[in-house]
Design a protein around this ligand. Structure first.
Ligand code: PMP
Length: 449
């Protein structure tokens, strides 16, 4: 596709008049890039820019853009059947993806509900927890406990479980009310401090009989603060939930599929004496299809699934139109084969040490508040953020696509990113860190993950 400069500006003008973009005003938004194609780590724009996708297109592009194995799988499946309803039908792509997931997921988590997006997987997890308690004759247990600083999606149920003072405050009126514990403050790389768990203990103690489940993003709180907390918290949480008959939901939508190092972030809880802790329900999404097509899943343990199945209302009451879409399943199968055949655990170790070497020195920048690195996640937290124009200039000058939000300049690159590309990404992060802080503009595109 070739764009003359006239058709290029016409298309951009149409976009700005008619198409909403995420977390942005319809009109007068900062300049947008017109993406033309994307392969591997790089997105090419219609006007010829080549940008390293340092945020994996919102964290999903684990194998890089347009992995040929995934493209081929979608093409082949599209010749046979693009979609069929999952109510009353099943199909081979769903079954084969299910088989691979059962092998890939932590042992005992093997009852899979396919959902269309991460937010929907979270909605399903919350509903499943409530239905589980109902099945046990405890219908009054219909609240969840979530963490301040968390992010679980943008639908009403998922917003209600995300940071109560964060990006969703405007919509409080349509959200169900849950309980919140303080954000875990003990850093990932510091010794565990047991006092960090006091707030959670207090909330559970106070509302024990109303609580169906606790939900959290294990170790890595992404969309609401790019925070990395101590895995000791999760061990304490598992124990507390077991003692109180409360389910534990781990949202691994962002942290799963090697992003923090191991296959799933919960695996950071393993130590010399004990296996890692497992949730009763987990959510996966984003990298599941290698970023090619939307699909997520809510996965329950045998205990949860059997309790619901053996109750008076054995059906789980949820059913999206595009549930287990065959094209998405085919993409998921190809993606899981790549996760299995490639040594991402090693790759992520390499990326982690390269990020660390490049980002740690940025602590000395005048505007730096903190640096955090874990797996293929690198964050430079600033004291104040630069202007959108300055950020855009760095992106264009360096050829690195970054999307800072609030005061966080971060990278979560594709897991195939080379050392040389990591160096370029970190150089771009540094340059943003060196920009002058901009005055805060009321109502500006401030919150977005
Ligand atoms: N949970 C977490 C931890 C996420 O990071 C996100 C998205 N960034 C979601 C849920 C929501 O996923 P989706 O955007 O696919 O609805």
């Amino acid at each position: 596709m070739n764009f003359s400069s006239e058709s290029f500006s016409k298309k951009i003008a149409f976009d700005s008049e008619h198409l909403w973009h995420p977390y942005a005003a319809l009109k007068n938004t900062p300049a947008r890039f017109l993406a033309k194609s994307a392969h591997g780590t790089t997105i090419e724009t219609a006007d010829g820019l080549k940008l390293i996708d340092a945020v994996s297109s919102w964290w999903c592009m684990a194998h890089g853009h347009n992995a040929p194995e995934i493209v081929e799988a979608i093409q082949k499946q599209s010749e046979k059947m693009c979609h069929v309803m999952f109510g009353g039908f099943t199909h081979e792509p769903a079954i084969e993806l299910g088989e691979r997931l059962v092998e890939f997921l932590p042992e005992g988590l093997n009852k899979i509900f396919f959902a269309d997006s991460g937010s929907i997987a979270v909605e399903c997890a919350a509903k499943m927890a409530v239905q589980y308690q109902h099945s046990l004759g405890r219908p009054e247990r219909c609240k969840l406990v979530a963490l301040k600083g968390g992010y679980h999606g943008d639908t009403a149920g998922a917003m209600a479980l995300s940071d109560p003072d964060g990006m969703h405050v405007l919509f409080r009126g349509i959200m169900p009310q849950h309980y919140f514990a303080e954000r875990p403050n003990c850093r990932f790389d510091c010794p565990w401090d047991d006092s960090d768990f006091t707030s959670m203990e207090r909330v559970v103690e106070e509302h024990e009989n109303e609580i169906a489940a606790v939900i959290c993003e294990p170790v890595f709180q992404g969309g609401n603060g790019m925070w990395l907390y101590n895995a000791g918290y999760l061990k304490r949480l598992r124990k507390l939930c077991d003692e109180k008959g409360i389910l534990l939901i781990l949202d691994e939508i962002a942290s799963g599929f090697f992003r923090t190092g191991p296959r799933f972030a919960m695996m950071h809880t393993a130590d010399a004496n004990a296996d890692y802790i497992k949730p009763d329900i987990m959510c996966i999404g984003k990298a599941l299809t290698g970023g090619s097509i939307t699909m997520a899943a809510c996965v329950a343990s045998d205990k949860v699934a059997e309790t619901i199945t053996n109750s008076k209302i054995p059906a789980f009451m949820h059913g999206p139109t595009y549930m287990a879409n065959p094209l998405a399943c085919a993409a998921g199968i190809a993606s899981l084969d790549l996760f299995k055949s490639r040594n991402y655990a090693e790759n992520v170790k390499r990326i982690e040490s390269r990020l660390r070497a490049n980002l740690e020195p940025l602590r000395s920048l005048e505007n730096a508040a903190d640096v955090r690195v874990l797996g293929a996640i690198g964050v430079l937290e600033l004291k104040a953020k630069p202007s959108a124009d300055d950020i855009l200039k760095v992106i264009k000058d360096t050829g690195v696509w970054l999307r800072p939000f609030c005061n966080y300049v971060y990278t979560m690159p594709p897991l195939i990113t080379t050392d040389a590309e990591i160096d370029r990404i970190c150089e771009a992060i540094k340059r943003i860190g060196e920009c002058e802080p901009a005055p805060v503009v009321e109502g500006e595109d401030e919150f977005h993950e």
